[in-house]
Ligand binder design. Structure first.
Ligand SMILES: [Zn+2]
Length: 79
């Protein structure tokens, strides 16, 4: 099965590997990425953060209180 790279280097657009990550809290993950293009060599730090909910969980965590997506942003979710 082929590996699909979903992350791309912001500079050259080549594949970006997540080399390390750690969880700051339930809603925030810190990522460290490295471009796989040897002629570029970029590395960077990024975040994955949950900021809205679209539909509520059937098993909600009482510690999580995310706002619902504003109506204007619902149009961005693919059907
Ligand atoms: Zn690059």
């Amino acid at each position: 099965m082929a590996v699909k790279y979903q992350n791309k280097c912001p500079h050259c657009g080549y594949r970006l590997s997540i080399r390390h990550s750690h969880i700051e809290n339930t809603l925030l993950k810190i990522l460290y990425g490295q471009c796989q293009n040897l002629e570029c060599g970029w590395t960077g730090r990024g975040v994955l953060e949950w900021v809205y909910q679209i539909s509520p969980s059937a098993q909600p965590n009482p510690d999580i209180n995310l706002p619902f997506t504003p109506l204007s942003e619902k149009k961005l979710v693919p059907a």
